[in-house]
Design a protein around this ligand. Structure first.
Ligand SMILES: Cc1cc2nc3c(=O)[nH]c(=O)nc-3n(C[C@H](O)[C@H](O)[C@H](O)COP(=O)(O)OP(=O)(O)OC[C@H]3O[C@@H](n4cnc5c(N)ncnc54)[C@H](O)[C@@H]3O)c2cc1C
Length: 486
């Protein structure tokens, strides 16, 4: 009985800790320092490659809830974060060296953990008593990427994220936008997504094999349309071409695939390029004028997070401050609250809903788990949280115990559910948000389960319910474990 884990980042380290804490011997393969990545600088496990922040740490904030759940499940990442905490107001920020050092020391001295410094180029064989977790992160090495493509299918593995911004539904001015699908009908099947699937060489420029460029309404589902007059379009265009782009890492400079160009790149190609791309008005009729608008921005509702709308085809690298300023020039978005800003970056990840179950097992090969950013989540904390659950479940499998996921009312359970059940046709890696956690019942009577009207109180109520439900899940799980062990 053993669990083998490939990748000693945030997800792999947490998974190793959880499996070893459950009494299962672990072999953890990490390729650094034998082989470097484009962003890691040290040979330590769980190195933070960029910011030193784990974001908000209060229960009125979804990532604060996720962290609290992880603490209650004895997360090593959370222990190390507390031990290396630095002042950062309401956020949890860490001394990155102490953080990675704490994790490296804890795992290297753990009697059940063996760390092997080696690049894994093919996925080890797995079985029920020897499950494997792959947690090789956004910069998964090229050799392993080819292997992954063979397992999950070429079209379910992506090498770049070209992420469109997401706004909160309640911050959209409904008096200025109208709900309509282009041509008022569903005119084609197929996929639409701001990502590059199936490139044989990681990083290669490839357009979507379905031929659907980013930013083209696929005619499926409802869209909110923000119509622009000529003057509004020109003001938006000027602001866009003058906005400052984020600096990109060297490995990112090779990207830019025609199917998923950032809006600012399109804008620099010509004043009307956007009007023939993501801002094309054709097939839309503004009910206030009875005419086709000069240009339009489409907002698509997330199928699971109903209060989130993404700006279709608006992948962008503009710096976040400028992004908010420029996008708020769009009619209807003047007071938009951004759940997530747009980004374009190198990111190896699978189409979670097409590949994974909510226990982080590969559906077609349940003795293999994916965790971390490559499993289709976004962010340090979310990566570690997926590693936590994958580690617990891999250990359970190795011991012949049942695997499970916490309910969707918890942040960890909601994340697992989102990754395995979102619409695969529009899949984009997600941070944890309250939007993907099962809503409180607005019709419930006073007391537990009822949704307070004020957002902050509603979020706290969601968190209280989540922690209670996590406790129930954890105790049931333990009972199950004790029962099957006896
Ligand atoms: C440039 C960049 C900046 C980012 N900034 C942030 C940020 O500020 N905040 C945030 O929350 N998230 C950020 N992210 C996302 C961040 O990478 C993830 O949130 C997090 O590190 C993912 O954890 P992980 O365990 O999945 O991957 P990682 O932490 O990257 O760990 C993967 C590990 O696998 C190893 N590995 C890869 N291939 C192999 C192989 N074949 N054999 C053996 N070992 C292998 C790697 O060396 C690495 O140690 C950033 C990502 C990138 C690329």
């Amino acid at each position: 009985m053993t669990v083998r884990i490939v990748g000693g980042g945030l997800a792999g380290s947490e998974a190793a800790w959880q499996a070893a804490s459950a009494g299962v011997p672990v072999t953890l393969y990490e390729m650094r320092p034998v082989r470097a990545t484009a962003v890691h600088k040290t040979d330590r496990l769980a190195e933070l490659v960029c910011s030193n922040s784990f974001r908000g740490d209060k229960l009125d904030n979804a990532v604060g809830l996720l962290k609290e759940e992880m603490r209650r499940l004895d997360s090593l990442v959370m222990r190390a974060a507390e031990a290396s905490r630095v002042p950062a107001g309401a956020a949890l920020a860490v001394d990155r060296d102490r953080f990675a050092e704490t994790i490296t020391n804890t795992l290297s001295t753990h009697p059940l953990v063996t760390i092997v410094r080696e690049e894994i180029t093919s996925i080890p064989s797995s079985s029920e008593d020897q499950p494997v977790i792959v947690a090789t992160g956004p910069l998964t090495s090229d050799a392993l990427s080819s292997e992954l493509a063979a397992i999950v299918g070429q079209t379910h593995l992506y090498f770049y994220d070209a992420i469109s911004p997401i706004v909160l539904a309640e911050s959209i001015d409904r008096s200025k936008v109208f709900r309509q699908s282009r041509w008022d009908r569903s005119f084609r099947g197929g996929q639409q997504g701001a990502r590059v699937p199936g490139a044989t060489v990681p990083g290669a420029a490839t357009s979507d094999p379905d031929g659907v460029a980013c930013g083209v309404d696929d005619g499926q589902g409802d869209y909110l349309n923000c119509p622009l007059t000529r003057d509004e379009y020109e003001a938006f265009y000027r602001a866009l071409v003058e906005a400052e782009s984020a600096t990109v890492h060297d490995f990112d400079k090779e990207r830019f695939f025609e199917g998923c160009l950032p809006i600012e790149v399109m804008a620099h190609r010509g004043k009307d390029t956007l009007r023939f791309g993501p801002m094309k008005p054709v097939g839309l009729v503004d009910p206030r004028t009875g005419r086709e608008p000069y240009a339009a921005v489409q907002l698509r509702q997330d199928n699971l997070a109903g209060d989130h709308f993404s700006l279709v085809g608006f992948q962008t690298q503009i710096k976040w401050g400028d992004q908010a300023r420029v996008l708020r020039l769009i009619p209807g978005l003047e007071a938009a609250e951004f759940v997530r800003f747009g980004m374009v970056h190198r990111n190896t990840y699978v189409n979670g809903p097409a590949v994974l179950s909510e226990t982080w097992q590969v559906r077609t090969r349940p003795t293999l788990f994916f965790a971390g950013q490559m499993s289709g989540v976004e962010g340090y904390v979310e990566s570690a949280a997926s590693g936590l659950l994958a580690g617990l479940n891999a250990a359970a499998l190795a011991k012949g115990e049942p695997v499970s996921s916490p309910p969707r009312t918890t942040a960890i359970g909601a994340l697992a559910y989102y990754v395995s059940h979102a619409n695969p046709a529009h899949y984009e890696p997600s941070n944890i948000t309250f939007g993907i956690i099962q809503a409180l019942d607005p019709s419930a009577g006073p007391g537990a389960g009822r949704a307070p009207r004020r957002k902050k109180l509603r979020n706290v109520a969601l968190s209280e319910r989540a922690l209670a439900d996590l406790q129930t899940w954890a105790s049931t799980r333990r009972r199950v474990a004790i029962k099957s062990a006896s």
